[in-house]
Design a protein around this ligand. Sequence first.
Ligand SMILES: [Fe+2]
Length: 378
Amino acid sequence: MIFNYYLPVNIVFGRGKVSEVGRLTKPYGRKALIVTGKSSALKSGLYDKVSLSLKKEGIESVLFNKVSRNPLTTTAMEGAAAAKENGCDVVVAIGGGSIMDCAKAIAFIAENEGDINDYIFNRRVSDKALPLILIPTTCGTGSEGNGFAVLTNPENGDKKSLRCSAIVAKVSIVDPECMMTMPKNVLASVGFDALCHCMEAYTSNIAQPFTDALSTYGIALITDSLCKLYEKENGEAELWEKLTVGSTIGGMVINTAGVTLAHGMEHPASGLKNIVHGQGLAALTPTVIEATYDGKAKEKFEFISQKLGGKKASDCADAVRRLLEKLDLDLTLSDLGIQKEDILWMSENCMKVSASNLANTPAEIGIDDIVKIYEKSL
Ligand SMILES: [Fe+2]
C-alpha cells in the first residue's frame, strides 16, 4: 500500500468559537480584508461580531462585500486589488462556499502576478498567498477544510478550481451556531453537496485509507442529521454539530481523494446557467450513479446504498432519489433552466474543465456517456 496524506489545516470547532476570531487571527496579520456576500453577514450581525473581535486585538479591517453565487474570477481580481490598495496582510472570510472560495482566490492573487486563470489551468504555479481565516456560515461546501477555490470565468463560462496548499486556511473557525440561521432550501442543497463530497471521495479511484475512514464517517454523520434538520423547525444543537462536522469532513476528503463525475458534470451546468451547486448535483447524481456503480467501486456503492436505506449497489441511485424527495430536491436539469441545446457545450466543457474528475471516476466514461447522462437528467 502506498499513499500520501497532506492537509495542513487548523480547524477550531465548537459553538460560540467565532467570538475568538481576533485572537486566532492575531498571529497572521495586522490589517484584514473581510470578505462577505452582499448582505447576509451584515444582516445577521456576524460581520459586526467579527470586526469587533479583530479590533479588540488591534487588527484593523476593510470590508469587501461583492461576492455572489458561483464567484467570478473577475471578482477575485477586484478583491485582490482592494487588499493591495488597503495594505491588508490577512484575509478573513465570513460566508458559504462561494465567499470562502472567492476569499481564497483573493488571498492567492494578491500575492502573485498575472491572471488567475493561468493558475487555475496550471499554466503557472505558485505556493504563495496571504494567510486565510475562514468562517463558514453554511455546512456544505467544506471549503474550510481544503485547498480548493472554485471560480467561474465570465468570459467563457469555464468553472474550475484553483488548487494549492497555499490557500488552505491558517485557521478555519467552524461554529455550528453560524449555520443555524440558514433557510431550509439552502440547508437542503448545501447538505446534499456535503454528502456528495463524501460519496464521491469515497468511491474515487484515488481514495486511500485516511479518506475512506473520514468519508464513511462523514456519510454516516450527514445521513443521520440532514433530513431530521430539514424536517424540524428548530433542530437540536447536536444535530447541527453532526451535520457541520460531516460537511467539514467532506471538504477535507476531496482535498486528497478528489471529486468524481457528478461534480465534473455539474460545473459546466452552473458555469453556464448560474445554477445553485447543490441543486445541480441533485439533478445529476442519481443518473451518474446509475452509470458508474457497476465498476471498480461497487462495494463502496453498496455501503452508501445501505446507509441511505437501500440494500445493494444497484439500489444506490434510487436510495439517493428517495433522500432527494425528502429534501424537496427531486429536480431535473430542465427545472434549473438547462435546455437540450446546451448539452453539447456542457459535454465538451466537461472534458475540458473536469479531466481530473473523469480520471477519479471508478468507471470508464467518455463524452458519449456524458451526453447521455445529461440527456437523461433533463
Ligand atoms: Fe461541491
